[in-house]
Design a protein around this ligand. Sequence first.
Ligand code: ZN
Length: 524
Amino acid sequence: MLDLVLHNGRVLTQAAPPLAAAVGIRNGRIEVVGRAEDVMPAAGALTRRIDLAGRTLVPGLNDAHAHIWKIGHLLTTMLDLRGVAGIEDLIARIRAFAPRLPDGAWLLGRGYNEATMIEGRPPTRLDLDRAAPDRPVVLTRTCGHIYAVNSRALAAAAIGPETPSPVGGIVERDEAGQPTGLLHETAMGLVSRVMPPPGADDYEAMIVAALRHQLSLGITSSSDCGVSPALLAVYRAVDAKGALPSRVNVMPLRRVDGVADPVPIPERFESGKLRVDTMKFLADGGLSGATAALSVNYRHADQKGVLRFDRDELLGLCRETHDAGWRIATHAIGDVAIDQMLDIYERLGPHPRGLAHRIEHFGLPDATQLARAASLRIIAAPQAIFIHSLGRNFRNYLPESFLSRTYPIRAMLDAGVRVALSSDAPVVEDDNPLTGMMAAITRRDNEGHAIAPEQAIESWEALYGYTMGGAVASGDERNRGSIEAGKWADLAVLSGDPLTVPAEALPEIAVDLTLVGGQIAFER
Ligand SMILES: [Zn+2]
């Protein structure tokens, strides 16, 4: 007998046939999908019934590239600076937040974006000293690739006029040679290695807060792209006590900024809720902060971004990881970083377990690189949502020839590259997959400007990218991504049909109910 039946709905199966009316669930898995007459006879007196009343049922959504613990950090103890209007607003927010912390404790914030601040510049050490002179302050730029820190934090990290920039990073200085407080890429490690790390309880609170937030958006599976050994241990412990509210693909880092030696390869692991078999690397920086490695100068500055690795070092680390049976997921946005990764993936040759490697973001590939990626079976994890939320940065910073191929998702699909859509949250504040679908379809930013509109995809392709695309990218396609008999009953009930509403109305669709393994995990 079935445990649960959802009936009288529009079931978008993401499989053949594409439309059904009812789903029957037993022991956490989908047992039957079809017309009411196919499903209802298997329901008994004790079967719970949910009348969808014409609403839409989709596979649980997947955020293929997110930073779960960082989303949770902003939901718990970190100052949220997304949407800050300017330097004075930022200072006021820090002053208001500081009294919550113990005397002298580090104040951590995240989310400023100079392109949307009145002054058009990032905060410096001097601004942050005004805001909080008596404690170290570390603000992470919205992209996660630049820190702005105050004098206390510079002193704690022993960064002075003589401190050299580390390989793959920049300690920014003023004309007098004094550090400005801005630390790019690997230079962030000079500070992060002296910051008091969160404890296991703090990490657990962050993880659970973030996953509950995602469940409210219909997201039943997600990735934490880049975790330290301490955080990985917390994930394992939370999973062991059955406390993960949804499914997570945790990607450990092999190279942690500010730590000299690579992290040893941990044990691969897979349970129902937790998967640990993908290693994360970062080949370059971010586009919105102009640290992604381009072959030409950015429009607004005499620089081309940063490659974070010496090529041979990265090849060596990837070789060990690949030979140990791991999938590799590498952040590569600029065309120079993409070339570096395509070369490395090509040299690695066939995977010992038959897995395909991933390129995260894949922001600015040209046609030749797309063809190479397809022939290497690479899976791409781009963020259409960046077009929506970071459009102004792209328009201000990218030369025209690059702007017209920014996040070219149409071209990726046409080239035969498999695509998993995602948010990279908290890099963007709005991580609703329906907003991401809208951006992939309309290619408009939040000020109404179109960015590479010929790279638009269809609504069904966008939904597929947020469901099956993500399942394929994690190697979970046998268990999730579509509504088919035998798969986990991970489902979302939507107030409207995302394949038929006008694209602009997608974010107005509400998530009424989210199920993980046939259990209600969120209810509006
Ligand atoms: Zn990321």
